[in-house]
Design a protein around this ligand. Structure first.
Ligand code: CU
Length: 259
């Protein structure tokens, strides 16, 4: 069961024609959410707290996917013109078959337009990195077995300990090569987000900034998931880990030192 703000299947009321900003957080310990909002589009403006600089329109029927730890800011525009001024209620669903909220519409709203991508462009949080200027690259192999601590999980063969630290360069671009030896895992890094490429709502490849992303089963050392970061101004120690809670609790975490 998926709760929203601690509530079981809450009823959300929107005024006809109004635009609401929903700040979605997948706060589940280990479940991927595939969200659809009935007949309405999810107009995504930010991922993991960072503005895309565009409006990514996930149309009705196309799921917006959030891994554990992912955030997404979406604009929802309630329908303005319904017959007899009665817009039928819709459901917010996960994986098509789980209703996690019902949405109803009432008259008396203040109709608003959605922002355009051109209007969102100046808000883009991070400028894209020139990925041809990679200074160092680091591997991160997620594995549930054959770690240095028996029965624990690990990254690059080492179960988390605070004294095993990977040094990352300050003010230079670093590439992550990420893969898994077994199941899906979710790469999450503290302090600094990364640039990566995802499949956008139109099916095309899209450069985005995130701090949490899937490392899918099937990724390999030869075919890794890639992410780029330039650590600009926050030197010091931090961690990255799998954001599937039982995995990080089992040692699938690694310390980094930016200097
Ligand atoms: Cu994991």
């Amino acid at each position: 069961m998926t709760l929203i703000n601690g509530q079981v299947t809450p009823k959300i009321t929107l005024h006809q024609g109004e635009v609401l900003r929903w700040r979605l957080v997948n706060a589940t310990p280990f479940r991927t959410l595939n969200l659809k909002l009935g007949t309405l589009a999810l107009n995504e403006i930010a991922v993991d707290g960072m503005y895309l600089g565009t409006v990514d329109i996930w149309p009705a029927g196309k799921a917006l996917t959030l891994q554990p730890g992912n955030r997404s800011d979406v604009l929802v525009q309630a329908p303005a013109n319904c017959s007899n001024n009665q817009c039928p209620p819709i459901n917010l669903t996960n994986n098509d078959n789980e209703v996690i909220a019902t949405v109803e519409f009432v008259a008396g709203g203040n109709p608003m337009p959605l922002p355009t991508s051109a209007e969102m462009a100046p808000l883009k949080t991070w400028n894209n990195i020139d990925t041809s200027l990679v200074y160092t690259s680091e591997p991160a192999q997620f594995q549930e077995e054959n770690c240095n601590v028996q029965d624990d999980m690990c990254i690059n063969g080492i179960t988390f300990n605070a004294d095993t630290v990977t040094k990352l360069p300050l003010n230079k671009t670093q590439l992550w090569n990420l893969w898994t030896l077994d199941k899906d895992h979710v790469f999450h890094i503290h302090v600094n987000p990364f640039q990566t490429v995802r499949t956008g709502p139109d099916g095309g490849q899209e450069t985005v900034w995130m701090d949490t992303m899937l490392v899918p089963k099937g990724s390999t050392q030869d075919k890794p998931v890639q992410a780029w970061t330039t650590y600009e101004n926050i030197p010091g120690k931090a961690v990255f880990h799998c954001h599937i809670l039982p995995h990080e609790d089992d040692g699938m975490m690694h310390a980094i030192q930016i200097e």
